[in-house]
Design a protein around this ligand. Structure first.
Ligand code: ASP
Length: 426
């Protein structure tokens, strides 16, 4: 008994990624040994994923209300900040969707002819099931499609929380509540503290559930290897390549924007903020990195306090472009994997939901994976495929967190403008 608890204690002390890698390796071995028997892991993994999904809506909800009630935005700068945040996120999603369509990682599976025929057959069954629900959308006129999006507006206050495909409803409610709280009690600290207590409680639960990830990875990998062999891992590797490429393009976009619209040069920025970027990579948490990001901007890069405050402290709550890009790509990947055709309405829904879900993604490890369930259900993609992403999520999380932090750096520098303390730097 003592030995068991000391072993468990040692296991818990290992960093999460080491435990996840161990789960992955043991899962692959179990899959090879058990073959089709490994299907026994399917139900428990689905149930654990259900727990993750349960927290998605409330975490997103409180993250947005908290961001809105906590933000102290100087008058006059808010419109600029909002414009900047929206353009950056839209660019991120366009990059993500274009790369995902171009590389089509979900279609790259190293399958034999026979396996390919089986997958195609299964894909047809999946697509037929899903498209019955969306069939009317396929046939309708563009104007009807807009009305279908309008149908996603909430009709009851609790409705969006009871159905997992209601992400837009959750976001709208959160925005309305956040704005209402600002209006009725702009200076009351109590409001902020209360919202923060709820947000922290849900994030604590999230931390607990994230501890299950190594176990889920074990089951998912065992089942996948046991039943389909290693073929779907080939497409996962392609997804890793595609996401890294898209994140690099987003990084180039940020640097170009800084070079064109700020007195700070990209080189000064990266040099001055190295520490924040390394911390983002190693913690996979943009929230934990936030104070370092702020400090680097003020002390090393020397942008003005108000710009660093808006970009790195206020913006950081809303600005998760790396996460938005990843969620849109993951949704397309799963659609490709099951051979489901996504029409304009579905792609537009993905864009909207990815923006919304990234706003609601708390800056903590794996938050993107959790809010992604909202994007998938919104377009009727089967949730069980998101399990497949778990083995690679911890790795991609580090890169998208770095991009989330780069987004905050970019916004701070652009807000600082072409003039440093009144002097023009060209
Ligand atoms: N880990 C990311 C962050 O902290 C969020 C995510 O999972 O995408 O910014």
């Amino acid at each position: 008994m003592n030995l068991l608890s000391s072993l468990l204690g040692k296991w818990q002390q290992l960093p999460l990624y080491v435990r996840t890698l161990t789960g992955m390796t043991l899962g692959a071995i179990a899959g090879v040994l058990m073959g089709k028997e490994a299907v026994v892991f399917e139900k428990p993994c689905g149930a654990m994923m259900g727990l993750v999904q349960m927290l998605a809506a409330p975490v997103a909800f409180f993250a947005i209300v908290h961001a809105l009630t906590g933000a102290r935005i100087e008058k006059g700068k808010s419109a600029r900040l909002i414009r900047l945040l929206i353009t950056n996120t839209v660019v991120a999603i366009i990059i993500g969707m274009s790369v995902a369509n171009l590389i089509a990682p979900g279609e790259r599976r190293g399958l034999s002819e026979k396996e390919r025929a089986q997958v195609a057959e299964q894909a047809e069954i999946n697509a037929a099931q899903i498209s019955t629900a969306m069939a009317s959308a396929e046939k309708s006129k563009p104007v009807d499609k807009i009305f279908q999006l309008l149908e996603k507006l909430p009709r009851t206050v609790l409705g969006p929380f009871t159905s997992s495909d209601q992400v837009i409803g959750v976001i709208i409610l959160a925005l309305l509540l956040g704005l209402a709280l600002r209006k009725i009690s702009p200076d009351i600290e109590v409001t902020r503290t209360t919202v923060k207590v709820f947000m922290d409680a849900f994030i604590t639960m999230l931390h607990w559930i994230v501890q299950l990830v190594p176990l889920i990875v074990f089951g998912v990998v065992a089942k996948e290897v046991g039943i389909n062999g290693f073929s779907s891992f080939i497409s996962l590797l392609w997804l890793v390549v595609a996401v890294l490429l898209a994140l690099s393009l987003q990084f180039i976009y940020y640097m170009t924007r800084v070079a064109l619209q700020s007195w700070v040069t990209p080189r000064q920025l990266i040099r001055g903020c190295r520490e924040a970027l390394v911390m983002a990579f190693s913690t996979a948490s943009s929230t934990a990195t936030m104070p370092v990001t702020y400090e680097c901007l003020i002390t090393n890069v020397k942008v003005s306090k108000s710009s660093a405050n808006l970009g790195a402290l206020v913006g950081a709550n809303f600005n998760n472009d790396g996460t938005a890009l990843y969620e849109a790509m993951a949704a397309l990947f799963i659609a490709q994997l099951i051979g489901m055709h996504l029409d304009v309405t579905a792609q537009l829904t993905i864009v909207l939901c990815a923006v919304a879900a990234s706003v609601g993604a708390a800056g903590i490890p794996s938050a993107g994976l959790i809010t992604m369930t909202l994007v998938l259900t919104a377009v009727g993609l089967p949730l069980e495929y998101s399990l497949l992403l778990i083995p690679i999520d911890w790795f991609l999380d580090r890169f998208r967190t770095m991009i989330n932090v780069c987004g905050d750096l970019c916004v701070s520098c652009v807000l600082d403008g072409k003039r440093k303390h009144g002097e023009l730097f060209d």
